[in-house]
Design a protein around this ligand. Structure first.
Ligand code: DHB
Ligand code: MG
Length: 225
């Protein structure tokens, strides 16, 4: 626990926002309980992050969504809520255990038919989609292994149309992003990723800090020109 008075406000501020804007959703509760029961890492996006994904997808009227990194299906559920009963979410997951837990949770909800989980390496799945002319997607959420973020972004651009929103989780990492790139490979690659977001002429982007209980991360939001 930090004694920093600013950091100590993260939890109460996050709870305040959650209480106002994050409605109770039995499907999301099922996903979180299944993650707990199956001892999946609790590295899902926070509830406010889910609400942000939901709102962004609603704002652009997204009907076709692609997610890289399913984990327990928590964010896929938020996105499935956003696309509505006629929309579709394809979510890519490399770990069969994660995919199984996520599928079982989804199948207990009204969102089951909206979400397809594709098992396998995320980049390989994206390349197969590009080859087969699948897409384009209206909304793409990147939240998998950090060292592949730049390659996910390049593939995401090939699965986009003008106006597609590309969102990425974990681009601030509790301030680790400010450290020297020599300190960690993840930091070096995420710094490169964030620079791509800022400078690639195909994108218009911003990073928003996102508070957790006792840390701060960031979510990037990009629009494809
Ligand atoms: C990690 C991955 C995430 O996507 C996240 O939101 C938090 C942590 C991790 O691999 O440590
Ligand atoms: Mg994440």
């Amino acid at each position: 626990m930090s004694a920093d008075p600013t950091t100590d406000l993260y939890g109460p501020i996050d709870e305040y926002i959650q209480r106002l804007f994050v409605p109770d959703d039995p499907a999301l509760r099922i996903a979180l309980e299944a993650m707990e029961a199956n001892q999946l890492h609790r590295i899902n996006i926070p509830p406010t992050g889910g609400r942000l994904l939901y709102l962004l997808a609603r704002l652009v009227g997204a009907a076709r969504v692609l997610e890289i990194g399913t984990l327990g299906g928590y964010s896929a559920m938020w996105l499935a809520r956003a696309v509505g009963p006629t929309g579709r979410v394809i979510t890519l997951e490399a770990d069969p255990r994660h995919a199984k837990v996520a599928r079982a949770s989804l199948d207990q909800t009204d969102l089951a038919d909206r979400v397809e989980i594709r098992l396998g390496d995320g980049l390989a799945s994206m390349n197969a989609m590009i080859e087969q002319g699948e897409g384009p997607f209206d909304f793409i959420f990147i939240d998998a292994n950090k060292e592949a973020y730049p390659r996910y972004l390049e593939a995401a651009l090939r699965l986009s149309h003008s106006g597609t929103v590309i969102v990425a989780d974990n681009v601030i990492r509790d301030g680790a992003i400010l450290r020297s790139p020599e300190e960690s490979e993840d930091v070096r690659i995420l710094q490169h990723f964030n620079t791509m977001l800022a400078t690639d002429p195909r994108l218009e982007s911003l990073i928003l800090p996102l508070l957790g209980r006792s840390h701060v991360d960031g979510i990037s939001i990009s629009r494809v020109r």
